[in-house]
Design a protein around this ligand. Structure first.
Ligand code: NAD
Length: 266
């Protein structure tokens, strides 16, 4: 028996096999969930369809989350096909390259609006459409990053988007809680993905996370998948509004030092 037997999971943000969405999809599927997938843009089609096939998923819908009609269409198709949703997973983020890197003060108004719309507002837009389909309660999980809490180099507009996403998580948790709908976010350590490649200095983030996190390791898509499974399943039944760090403990540090740095302290 699987932890997600009989559950319907709608997952946004699958781009390729390195996507965090894929790590989550696989774990939910392994535990018995029926998976519905949404992706953005035709260029990703050739990567997303074979992955869907791998898990026997034939619900694969394209959707730009800035487009209300496209969002309506995906949720209408889920309603028609399955009649409900038990788990919604939001793995969507985007910012223009020029608004990551450079100087923080140079973030443009348009770039700000775009990043916040795609990466944060979309969670509200999805939750609003999922609510009527979560007739028996449900869970909504999104992905955030520690740059929302502490300044990380060059993360700039995406740090603001992640702060907004985390606050939205808490307000949605309060709004939807009386209906038995739980809303949480996973704050994942850095993982090599398509989106991560757009962050200047991402390799350094990987290096420092691995060398200075208490567990001295990076986290994987599977680690995040396990946490998402926990939150989506009945194991997480009393958890809502939570920002759960899956980062090998990096967030507890007040100062990050490598082993070499530390050797010099003695
Ligand atoms: P990814 O590139 O695999 O996924 C990002 C997804 O966002 C892609 O599928 C892309 O198509 C989608 N997207 C972008 N614009 C969209 C739009 N307008 N409409 C619909 N979808 C759109 O990268 P990932 O790292 O797996 O990212 C998933 C989530 O995890 C993001 O929210 C990201 O910020 C977050 N996250 C990533 C890391 C990391 O180090 N990789 C760490 C913490 C949090």
């Amino acid at each position: 028996m699987g932890l997600m037997d009989g559950k319907i999971a709608l997952i946004f943000g699958l781009a390729n096999k390195n996507s965090i969405a894929w790590g989550i999809t696989k774990r939910l599927h392994d535990e018995g969930a029926t998976i519905a997938l949404s992706y953005a843009g035709e260029v990703l089609e050739k990567r997303v369809f074979p992955l869907a096939q791998e898990i026997g998923c034939d619900f694969v819908e394209q959707c730009d989350v800035t487009n209300d009609e496209q969002l309506d269409a995906v949720f209408a198709k889920v309603a028609e096909r399955y009649g409900r949703i038990d788990t919604l997973v939001h793995c969507v983020a985007f910012a223009n390259r020029e608004d990551l890197g450079g100087r923080f003060v140079n973030i443009s108004r348009d770039g700000f609006k775009l990043a916040l719309d795609i990466s944060a507002y979309s969670l509200i837009a999805m939750a609003k459409r999922a609510e009527p389909l979560m007739t028996d309660g449900g869970s909504i999980t999104s992905l955030t990053y520690y740059a929302s809490e502490k300044v990380m180099p060059k993360y700039h507009v995406m740090a603001i988007a992640k702060s907004a996403l985390e606050t939205i998580t808490k307000y949605l948790a309060n709004d939807l809680g009386p209906k038995g709908i739980r809303v949480n976010a996973i704050s994942a350590g850095p993982i090599k993905t398509l989106a991560a490649a757009g962050v200047p200095g991402f390799r350094l983030m990987l290096k420092y996370s691995e060398k200075s996190s208490p567990l001295r390791k990076l986290v994987s898509q599977e680690d995040v998948g396990n946490a998402a499974l926990f939150l989506a399943s009945d194991m997480g039944a009393s958890i809502t509004g939570e920002i759960m760090h899956i980062d090998a403990g990096y967030n507890i540090l007040g100062m990050t030092l490598t082993e070499e740095d530390m050797a010099q302290l003695d």
